[in-house]
Design a protein around this ligand. Structure first.
Ligand code: SF4
Length: 395
């Protein structure tokens, strides 16, 4: 039976990190209650809306993910309200994975207590670097000691599953300092890690500084692409050596500690996103994937009761997604499963692309059925995924 995932976006942050281009910001606390009320309305009305759009929502929820932003800035009362509404509107399984993203140094004791009481099972920490000067340069408000202490506090509160995010390519980062961060992560004993390669976006403060050649955020000290690729490759090997195996381009875990919620995105399983700039994917009665989202403008979101553009994907779009989402995973894409879902001829249309990627050392076959990216393919994944767009129409 297919299960549903719920994503709740909390776009509030205490300060804006220099590299960040998310729809998050430092909003006055007066927004928080209005925002929670708005999400509660959406949680209560989504079944009716989905019915109008011809979408099917599975009854049972087996994953909830609070992302941001910094969800740990919500008050205990706001968390309790949201969990009460979620459990009233959806059948949340007792075994559901319930994740909350937290910023180290920004979890009040009463919030931690409320998270444990509300059934949170997993915390994902945006550490980014365990080297204090690097964390400071990007505007994080914690240092290594605070991050390690918060990991311990969360586990002591009974929330056993902890993930840590690191970024490869921060200003001033060197191979030695990168090894230092990886070593601290491994020693912390967490069972999940996400490693992102820094991409400087023009919309971030770091990106704008690069454009005007400024010096405030140390943009000129961002390592070059080859260096960042080297950091990433070292991380894959180092984490594997500490029992954290790669299962997705940016994600690593101990056995059975993969993020159930995030796997839904890559396996094209249904999820609903609530709050600012949140995305959803559900199925229609005919089985087609339907995607929709919300605005990334907070004032507009608070005023406007609508989801933007509910639209079923056509078969061609679904097939493209099956490739570029599935290939993110180390388990790869099963040709047999694709033939069953689409058709043998539809899959055949992509075989020449796969053969090209194989020739270039970017993809490989295994077990005679699965296609997976090679380590080099993962480094060049954006280029690889581009090859799956605009293929011939699916029969
Ligand atoms: S905490 Fe996360 S969402 Fe908030 S500014 Fe920093 S990177 Fe962006």
């Amino acid at each position: 039976m297919e299960m549903l995932g719920l994503y709740l976006s909390v776009p509030f942050c205490r300060s804006k990190c220099t590299y960040c281009n998310f729809a998050s910001n430092v909003f006055p606390a007066s927004y928080h209650d209005r925002y929670i009320s708005r999400i509660e309305n959406d949680l209560s009305s989504i079944r009716k809306r989905a019915k109008q759009w011809g979408a099917i929502l599975p009854q049972a929820v087996d994953s909830i993910y609070f992302g941001g932003g910094t969800p740990s800035l919500l008050s205990p009362a706001q968390f309790r309200r949201l969990f009460t509404t979620v459990r009233r509107e959806f059948a949340v399984l007792p075994t559901a994975e319930v994740t909350v993203e937290c910023a180290p140094g920004q979890i009040e004791p009463a919030v931690l207590e409320a998270l444990a009481e509300c059934g949170v099972t997993r915390v994902s920490f945006g550490v980014q670097s365990f080297v204090d000067s690097e964390a400071k340069a990007i505007g994080r408000l914690h240092n290594r000691a605070v991050a390690l202490e918060d990991i311990r506090r969360v586990q002591a509160a009974g929330i056993g599953d902890v993930s840590v995010d690191l970024i490869a390519g921060l200003p001033g980062q060197t191979l030695d300092s990168w090894y230092e961060s990886l070593g601290v992560l491994a020693d912390s004993g967490v069972d999940h890690a996400s490693i992102y390669m820094l991409e400087v976006d023009d919309e971030s403060r770091l990106g704008r500084e690069l454009l005007v050649n400024g010096g405030r955020y140390r943009a000129k000290e961002v390592p070059d692409d080859d260096r960042i690729a080297e950091f990433y490759t070292e991380a894959v090997a180092s984490l594997a050596g500490h029992g954290l195996a790669q299962y997705e381009i940016s994600n690593f875990s101990r056995t059975d500690c993969e993020s159930r919620h995030n796997l839904k995105y890559w396996r094209r399983q249904p999820y609903l996103g609530f709050g600012l700039d949140a995305h959803s994917m559900v199925r229609t009665h005919s089985g087609a994937a339907m995607r929709f989202g919300t605005t990334d403008d907070l004032d507009a979101y608070l005023k406007d009761p609508g989801w933007v553009d509910p639209r079923p994907l056509d078969r061609e779009e679904e097939m493209e997604e099956a490739w570029f989402l599935g290939l993110r995973l180390n388990e790869g894409v099963s040709l047999g499963a694709l033939r069953q879902e689409f058709s043998a001829s539809a899959v055949r249309d992509f075989l020449s692309t796969i053969a090209e990627l194989e020739d270039e050392g970017l993809a490989a076959f295994f077990d005679g059925d699965r296609v997976t990216l090679t380590p080099r393919g993962r480094l060049l994944s954006n280029e690889v995924f581009g090859r799956f767009l605009a293929e011939p129409a699916v029969a």
